[in-house]
Design a protein around this ligand. Structure first.
Ligand code: M6P
Ligand code: ZN
Length: 187
């Protein structure tokens, strides 16, 4: 009747959680996500790099329970655009989430269903509260892996649909050696 409590040691250097379920997202898994389609195609042909890995400890999709996961988001760019995670709304839209940055440098793009966006810079120690209803995507703006821990309701689920189709209303690019958050020309 009672589940067994669990303590695990997350490796802050690598993001690895012992016993967690690992998933890998390569650039080829992100067709249509980046603005510069030619650059995307070239990079997929020339080695198809891993963009990010997720180590997740997940429970049954039941109200009241919690999941947690680390993400290791590698440094890189497609054209001017920094590597990012796919990004999602929660399938149960009113579910919130907490992110804690562990290593590297980056930030989070958040967006309401109406397309209003926010950018929150993240460095080790930054805690981000993702309120209910906001889609969220992390971006690596540095030159080492950006690693963070996420804690989210077990019944939140992932809704990739709208973000996969339209993306975010803002994109994070490098221009003149600077990180810029600018309007998405395709929005
Ligand atoms: C965090 C959590 C996970 C999510 C992962 C990768 O670890 O929010 O739920 O799966 O980031 O993000 P995405 O699912 O958008 O690819
Ligand atoms: Zn989420």
């Amino acid at each position: 009747m009672y589940k067994e409590p669990l303590g695990v040691k997350v490796d802050f250097e690598t993001g690895i959680i012992p016993g967690a379920k690992k998933s890998v997202r390569r650039l080829s898994d992100m067709k249509g996500y980046f603005l510069d389609e030619k650059a995307w195609e070239e990079m997929v042909k020339n080695g198809d790099p891993v963009v990010y890995e997720v180590y997740a400890v997940e429970q049954e999709e039941k109200e009241g329970d919690l999941n947690f996961a680390t993400t290791v988001l590698y440094p890189g760019k497609v054209g001017k655009e920094f590597f990012f995670t796919k990004g999602h709304f929660h399938a149960k839209k009113d579910r919130a989430e907490i992110y804690i940055a562990l290593k590297g440098k980056g930030g989070m793009l958040l967006q309401t269903p109406e397309g209003e966006a926010r950018w929150i810079p993240m460095e080790p120690g930054t805690v981000v509260y993702v309120p209910p209803y906001w889609a969220h995507r992390t971006v690596n703006t540095g030159n080492e892996p950006f690693i963070f821990l996420a804690i989210y309701p077990a019944d939140a689920g992932h809704d990739y649909g709208t973000i996969a189709e339209k993306g975010f209303s803002k994109v994070v690019i490098e221009e003149d050696g600077e990180v810029k958050v600018v309007d998405n020309p395709r929005w």
